[in-house]
Write a protein that binds this ligand. Structure first.
Ligand code: NAD
Ligand code: GLY
Length: 367
């Protein structure tokens, strides 16, 4: 029998449970416990619906819910305001009310889009997340960042809107393509570096078990990651106190790589893998941390088959990366903010990384 672990995001009246290890087929039980209304709109895509949709629909109907399904085309480009408008129409047609529920069944794209619709339709209806990618399980479904992309940039329109509950079933990862698994693993490494030395060491020791999707090992790293994110969100929901910002370790350079590639190149977790290594190279050069940490991180990320190679050799346009970095700087009041490690489990925000050092690490050799 699998052990179900429940972790809470503690935000007063907006607190919610994250059920980890629960089967997707038991979502009806989770919803019933919350006493939500009888109408549920499941937002998903064809692929995820094919694997898990019918099971969920059956369970909900068995418990007396009226269920409608809407499928969004697959891909980041459909995390858009146009798709949201189509979904609002569906909400109207299904006669959703204030006590109705939108259930996101899918990866981060579905989570952010469905959450955005839930946050805005009728000024906010119930939102339940059933994340089906590793990235969505350990990151996107927790913390209430919902939104859509604009042609100018990702995630430009959105809100903080917390779900009523999250159900994480590690078993669904068995159908996930291996590249999607790797992109999620990158975020788990991130949690180890920013907050939890023992999680990092567990990954070092148990990577082969995790790669084989051994339930206990997989569930353990998901639980530890969720615990870290839930605690940070509980302390700094709206990213105003510096606490939540540390989740952006590896993202300053990582986001710039994604933008430089027009979001058509590497996956988010792959860009973050490079970004974490480059941030650590900066920390080593500024004598904040030891070269040994950089070495250990590089080894682990390589074993996960995440990219660690120098960017320029990977064919990324260096100029575009700088342009994007400076856009980021403008957004942050004229200063580029890097999250840098001191040691495993301990990072800080640094605003005075010299530009020549950023150039140097971006052009640097293989680590
Ligand atoms: P994704 O949602 O695009 O999913 C990746 C692919 O996996 C899709 O083709 C999807 O159909 C497929 N898939 C999903 N579950 C599957 C399963 N169990 N079996 C087989 N295939 C499955 O990608 P993602 O990496 O999950 O999410 C990326 C998005 O998440 C981005 O838009 C990013 O901005 C967002 N994000 C949001 C937050 C947040 O805090 N809200 C955090 C991180 C990322
Ligand atoms: N993914 C970063 C955050 O949720 O704050």
């Amino acid at each position: 029998m699998r052990k179900v672990e429940v972790i809470s995001v503690n935000l007063g009246r907006r607190s919610y449970p994250i059920h980890i290890g629960e089967r997707v087929s038991r979502i009806g039980k989770v919803i019933k416990e919350l006493g939500l209304g009888k109408k549920i709109l499941v937002i998903t895509n064809n692929k995820v619906f094919h694997y898990y949709g019918e099971t969920i629909k059956r369970d909900l109907e068995k418990r007396g819910y009226s269920v409608n399904i809407v499928k969004v085309p697959i891909g980041e480009k459909y995390k858009s305001i146009n798709q949201a408008i189509g979904l609002y129409e569906k909400c109207v047609n299904c006669k959703l009310e204030r006590n109705s529920t939108i259930l996101a069944l899918g990866g981060g794209v579905i989570n952010d889009l469905a959450g955005f619709v839930a946050a805005t339709y009728l000024r906010g209806i119930n939102f339940i997340a059933v994340p089906t990618t590793l990235l969505a399980q350990v990151d996107a479904s927790i913390g209430g960042k919902v939104g859509v992309d604009l042609p100018q940039a990702k995630n430009l329109v959105g809100s903080f809107y917390q779900p009523r509950a999250v159900l994480i079933d590690p078993e669904v990862l068995k159908t996930l393509p291996s590249r999607e698994m790797r992109t999620g693993m990158s975020e788990i490494v991130k949690y180890g570096i920013i907050r939890d030395k023992s999680l990092f060491e567990y990954l070092e020791k148990n990577l082969e078990r995790i790669k084989k999707l051994e339930t206990n090992a997989l569930q353990r790293v998901i639980v530890e990651s969720v615990r870290i994110k839930a605690k940070i969100v509980s302390q700094d929901e709206r990213e105003e106190k510096g606490e939540r910002e540390i989740l952006n370790f590896g993202h300053t350079i990582g986001h710039s790589i994604e933008a430089a590639e027009g979001y058509q190149g590497c996956r988010h977790g792959e860009a973050i893998s490079i970004g974490m290594l480059k941030a650590t190279e900066i920390a080593v050069a500024m004598h904040f941390c030891s070269p040994r940490l950089l070495l250990r991180m590089g080894e682990l990320l390589k074993r996960m088959r995440l990219p660690t190679k120098p960017l320029i050799k990977s064919g990324v346009d260096e100029g575009k990366i700088y342009k994007s970095l400076f856009l980021d700087k403008k957004k942050k009041g004229g200063k580029l903010r890097f999250i840098l490690p001191r040691r495993l489990g301990d990072v800080f925000i640094c605003e005075n990384v010299p530009f020549h050092l950023i150039r140097k690490v971006l052009q640097g050799g293989d680590k």
